[in-house]
Design a protein around this ligand. Structure first.
Ligand SMILES: [Zn+2]
Length: 321
């Protein structure tokens, strides 16, 4: 817990001061961290982070509790392969018992980074589909929300050339997914011809999906910023082009690269080009635009790319409270 002794709570006049350019990013982070609410989860919004399952599947739950989050995202297999991993009944039972004990909220899976539903190789598409179905079935077993997916890359061919194949693959995955388990498509920064760089592209795919009750969208703030969406108006545009009812989860990240750079490089909150004020404003807008603000999940590098730290969760809490 961050000590608050000797520091006044944030007042509206201090909030104004906070946005003045002469305050360094580091100093502003300190102010957010020293807010009296920062170490508590007073927000009704679920706040969490991407954590590892290494050392045992249930260890992800200990990790998110140690960070101070109440929801989480994990892989379910090595992320840079399409290999799947079988968990024993005892491992699943340990996970379920511990999750109930900790009273944790939603668990999202993130699919392997190697998935490509737009690949020219039908064997590769089949392997990608099999990997995602494995994730979806495991999500059903552990009562997770579903799988967040980078759709893949059309490698410059454009969405039109690949959309039939993508939609057929998505429909196949949905037909093979347990009831109530969502396939959650993530917007991308746009590098290397990745599909989902605009809300129009995601909307085109969703419109053609058979069972839309099983489809969701993950909005990544770094990807949105890098693909040319100002965060101040991103949700309005999302609502017009896709519909906020599809917004299942938010990856809340700062950006190490410039606006519209089309480069996927996450930064710790307050240490990137988006900045704390814009992230806070985005969360405020999300809370007022949605009946229930979707879970906010950090995918930030932490120290030396070891992943989100307790400090990062504390900053997130102070932004969301
Ligand atoms: Zn993301």
């Amino acid at each position: 817990m961050v000590g608050t002794k000797g520091f006044a709570p944030l007042t509206s006049s201090m909030s104004k001061k906070r946005s003045t350019p002469e305050l360094s990013a580091r100093f502003r982070i300190l102010y957010y961290l020293l807010s009296p609410t920062s170490a508590k989860l007073r927000s009704s919004v679920y706040l969490g982070a991407h954590v590892s399952i290494s050392g045992g599947f249930d260890k992800c739950l200990d990790r998110i509790v140690n960070l101070g989050g109440n929801c989480l995202m994990t892989f379910a297999s090595p992320p840079r392969t399409l290999k799947t991993k079988n968990f024993s009944a005892a491992e699943i039972a340990d996970y379920l018992r511990k999750k109930a004990e900790y009273k944790l909220g939603p668990h999202f899976f993130h699919a392997s980074y190697l998935i490509n539903l737009a690949s020219e190789s039908s064997a590769y598409v089949k392997a990608s589909i099999a990997s995602v179905i494995y994730y979806q079935r495991l999500a059903g077993t552990i009562n997770a929300q579903g799988t967040i997916l980078h759709i893949g890359s059309h490698k410059g061919q454009g969405l039109t050339a690949t959309i039939n194949q993508i939609v057929a693959s998505v429909n196949y995955i949905l037909d093979s997914s347990p009831k109530g388990i969502k396939l959650i498509l993530e917007n991308t920064a746009g590098q290397g011809g990745t599909v989902g760089v605009t809300f129009e592209e995601l909307s085109e795919i969703i419109k053609r999906v058979g069972d839309r009750s099983k489809i969701g969208i993950c909005l990544d703030t770094q990807h949105a910023f890098a693909s040319g969406y100002q965060l101040g108006t991103a949700l309005e545009r999302f609502d017009r082009q896709i519909g906020l009812k599809f917004l299942s989860v938010i990856h809340l990240n700062d950006s190490a690269t410039d606006f519209a750079s089309r480069r996927d490089r996450h930064a710790n909150l307050g240490e990137g080009k988006i900045g704390l004020e814009n992230l806070r404003d985005f969360i405020d807008k999300c809370k007022s635009a949605t009946k229930i603000c979707p879970p906010l999940i950090l995918e930030v590098p932490g120290d030396n790319h070891t992943g989100p730290r307790k400090t990062d969760l504390d900053i997130l809490k102070s932004l969301a409270n």
